[in-house]
Design a protein around this ligand. Structure first.
Ligand code: HAM
Length: 426
């Protein structure tokens, strides 16, 4: 018989196993709390979309759409893409369903990008995010940014900086891009190999480039905030003063243009300094006042952000604040040596009363079941053997007590819930 090789998860993906999942759950539960507090409703959209949602949404020539998307044809010949990000699908749903505005959605979703995997960069990552559609009031920019900021604070992160910029509206940006293109043309020999060829097509991408040669050229070049028209400059100033008013410091970062074509006006990124310089953006977002129209809807302003769960967890670990935010401890372990239905009935009753309860199976020996009880982390073991069964009793042993033999006592079956309430304090 040929031996079957065990198969692995795809490159750049990872399983979230039980040792990690309480950390995950805690982050998501905290985000849900914040989103609720800020008046957002949870929205689910499909994991895949008509590829045009992303081509039109994030820009066909953006790196993500042109190089990183998982595109496939279904059996009916339709072209779909696994979602590489969460914003374009939400705006597609907004245009499709026309909900009342302002529309406030939050989401948690996997996102798929065919990237070169490394620490903090995966082919499937997971994002938490919010989107608001239907207003361009700078107070909304402040609110969206503050939601992320307060959330990071609640997770115990202290080494996070908020970088901010404004890309202006379409005309401000076009004026800037024309000047930038000329500047890049003049210094094209100094650009990195990639951008020496491609700078003319999308000069903004050169601002995103992390190579020192491109940084040197663009550092001396034109600066986006200098190209803002009066209304865009006023919008940006109000976002920044609003943030200051609630004690959130923002660092003006003129080269922050972000990777998608949909951004207009405010763009921002949260950088975790504890992560070093490579994959240190734990969240990012901005305005997209043209996106609804690009996707066939009425002109509708929008703003939001997305934050990577894996990177948040890496940042928490790097800052040494990685305790779980949610309690997933087991309360009770039922040890049964009767082989009858006693354990089944008892476990059902305990879970019905709200306790996290485990038991053993397969008629294991008492010793082996006690080992499992210890390993489970349960606070209390309930023991039922033939003697207890005959007498209508249960033995309680407190597993975390220094002298658990001493803590052992026998109670009547009908008194077990009341006794546990006293012992476990709930
Ligand atoms: P993004 O900056 O591409 O923006 O992604 C948001 C966050 O997802 C990043 O800051 C990072 O934490 C995480 N992330 C992105 N790519 C990866 C990856 N390959 N591996 C691990 N984590 C990753 C967006 O996706 C926009 N939709 C954000 C937005 C919402 N803009 C407006 N509304």
């Amino acid at each position: 018989m040929s031996e079957r090789q065990p198969l692995q998860s795809p490159i750049g993906t990872h399983d979230v196993m039980a040792d990690q999942s309480p950390l995950w759950e805690g982050v998501v539960a905290h985000f849900a709390q914040f989103a609720y507090r800020f008046g957002f409703s949870m929205i689910h959209t499909p994991m895949f979309e008509d590829v045009r949602v992303f081509h039109r949404g994030i820009g066909e020539k953006s790196d993500v759409a042109s190089k990183e998307m998982y595109v496939f044809e279904d059996r009916g010949g339709r072209s779909y893409a696994l979602r590489p990000e969460g914003t374009a699908p939400i705006v597609r749903a907004f245009v499709q369903h026309q909900p009342t505005v302002p529309f406030r959605a939050w989401y948690v979703t996997p996102a798929f990008r065919y990237e070169r995997p490394q620490a903090g960069r995966y082919r499937q990552h997971h994002q938490l995010g919010v989107e608001v559609l239907g207003t361009d009031d700078p107070a909304v920019d402040v609110e969206v940014i503050s939601l992320a900021w307060r959330f990071y604070q609640a997770l115990g992160l202290t080494q996070v900086r908020l970088l901010i910029n404004s890309m202006g509206h379409v005309e401000c940006r076009e004026r800037f891009v024309d000047v930038l293109r000329e500047e890049l043309h003049e210094h094209r020999q100094q650009l990195c190999d990639d951008h020496r060829q491609s700078y003319a097509e999308n000069p903004l991408r050169v601002l995103d480039c992390k190579r020192p040669s491109c940084i040197a050229v663009t550092d001396d070049g034109p600066s986006l905030p200098d190209f803002l028209c009066a209304p865009c400059a006023d919008h940006f100033a109000r976002v920044r003063t609003g943030l200051s008013a609630i004690g959130i410091e923002s660092v003006l970062t003129p080269r922050l243009v972000r990777g998608f074509d949909y951004y207009t006006r405010t763009t921002f990124e949260f950088v975790a300094d504890a992560l070093g310089s490579a994959q240190n953006a734990i969240g990012g977002g901005g305005r997209y006042d043209q996106l609804a129209e690009e996707l066939g809807g009425k002109p509708t302003s929008g703003i939001g952000f997305g934050s990577g769960i894996e990177r948040i967890l890496l940042a928490r670990a790097a800052e040494g604040v990685d305790q779980p935010l949610i309690n997933r401890d087991i309360d009770i372990f039922v040890v049964d040596t009767t082989g009858h239905d006693v354990a089944t009935v008892l476990v059902d009753q305990l879970r019905g009363a709200g306790w996290a309860t485990l038991r053993a199976y397969d008629n294991r020996s008492m010793k082996s079941q006690m080992k499992l009880a210890d390993k489970s982390g349960a606070k209390v073991a309930l023991l039922v053997g033939p003697q207890e069964e005959a007498a209508g009793e249960i033995t309680i042993r407190e597993l975390r007590s220094a002298d658990f033999e001493q803590s052992q006592r026998v109670v009547l079956r009908e008194e077990i819930l009341a006794t546990l309430r006293q012992t476990l304090g709930k």
